[in-house]
Design a protein around this ligand. Structure first.
Ligand SMILES: O=C(O)c1ccc[n+]([C@@H]2O[C@H](COP(=O)([O-])O)[C@@H](O)[C@H]2O)c1
Ligand SMILES: Cc1cc2nc[nH]c2cc1C
Length: 332
């Protein structure tokens, strides 16, 4: 199907290759959907939310309570991701897979596996069973979206502290040194970046995650919303749905999913390049090239949602452009 799509792109009324990455995107979409004319009309962003015990170590510029406040903001339709999702016509699904918020908020899918992870600088973030349950929440969510006819899922997340587990996952799964991976997250200074690096070093020494066992790594130094996104990727791969990766946290989840199911990479698109340094390394590891470069580092799925119209442009071009044959011309 990808070969058929490549031929179609070369017959469209333009010099071959002149639509650049839009052509490559279209060819990959054809492979995923099994048609030369892929469609991305129905799309959704899943915002997985969770809290992190490691915030007790002072690794974020913001207090943990902000996770809950932002969950409320998402259901009020007032967060950045809501604004962008409205602009591009994308449904927003907010899933609480592990926040410390008590009770149930209307508009939030309450799927809490536990109220935040444990501080992984002192022991495992969660048990493998908890990680598996959080993965199941993601699979279940994407299964529902599939039944609704959704063709593309954007990976969103919210969790104060979650750039710390993301850097830890990246370090274990890629083998790169922490100095290349640890960043400012929500905006910590140089001194705190060093402290964050030492916290992750300690977490790796205490937990000794097995790099060849992605569930072990995820449970020991991951997060509940990260595990939820692993499930979204795995579920989407099974259903041949397009997955648009957001920033560093979503990319860490995507790499865990790829280590569990090597073919999962086939359905992934990188939306943008975050300012968080581990993001570049994670995308490289998955062979993905970012579409947008906007110096964003917000999360929530904002970059992924913004890239949806670019993916859709590719679908529209191949469906609506005339071919040289339509013009009565030979393209050679
Ligand atoms: O998407 C990114 O690349 C990204 C980079 C830095 C921060 N974030 C967001 O900020 C929060 C994590 O930052 P931090 O400093 O608390 O680890 C979390 O809610 C993420 O959605 C997201
Ligand atoms: C305000 C705020 C909004 C966010 N959205 C995703 N991560 C976030 C972190 C903070 C601090």
């Amino acid at each position: 199907m990808m070969q058929a799509a490549r031929e179609r792109w070369d017959f469209l009324t333009k010099p071959p290759g002149s639509l650049g990455k839009l052509e490559e995107i279209g060819i990959r979409l054809a492979g995923i959907q099994g048609t030369v004319f892929p469609k991305l009309e129905q799309r959704a962003v899943v915002v997985m939310c969770g809290d992190h015990g490691v915030t007790a170590e002072g690794v974020s510029a913001f207090p943990q309570e902000v996770t809950g406040l932002m969950i409320q903001n998402f259901v009020n339709g007032k967060a950045a991701v809501n604004v962008l999702a409205r602009q591009v016509g994308c449904a927003v699904h907010v899933v609480d897979v592990g926040s410390r918020v008590e009770g149930e908020l209307p508009g939030v899918r309450s799927k809490k596996v536990r109220a935040g992870t444990a501080n992984f600088a002192q022991g495992p973030a969660m048990t493998p069973e908890e990680a598996q349950r959080a993965i199941a929440v993601g699979i279940e969510m994407v299964e529902e979206l599939h039944q609704q006819g959704v063709q593309a899922v954007a990976l969103g997340e919210m969790g104060i502290g979650n750039t710390t587990p993301s850097a830890a996952l990246a370090a274990v799964l890629t083998g790169r040194p922490l100095a290349e991976l640890v960043g400012r997250g929500t905006g910590i200074d140089d001194e705190k970046v060093l402290h964050k690096t030492r916290v992750i070093e300690q977490a790796l020494a205490v937990n000794r995650p097995n790099a060849l066992d992605p569930l072990d790594v995820l449970a020991k130094v991951g997060g509940l919303e990260i595990a939820g996104l692993v499930g979204v990727v795995l579920g989407a791969y099974q259903r041949k749905m397009v997955v648009v990766v957001d920033g560093v946290i979503a990319a860490a989840a995507a790499l865990v999913a790829c280590r569990m199911e090597s073919g999962a990479q086939e359905v992934l698109f990188a939306s943008h390049l975050s300012q968080e340094p581990a993001h570049r390394v994670l995308l490289q590891e998955m062979g993905l090239e970012p579409i947008l470069m906007l110096d964003m580092r917000l999360g929530e799925g904002t970059g992924a949602v913004l890239a949806l119209p670019i993916l859709e442009a590719s679908c529209r071009l191949v469906a609506e452009m005339a071919t040289f044959a339509d013009l009565g011309l030979d393209n050679t």
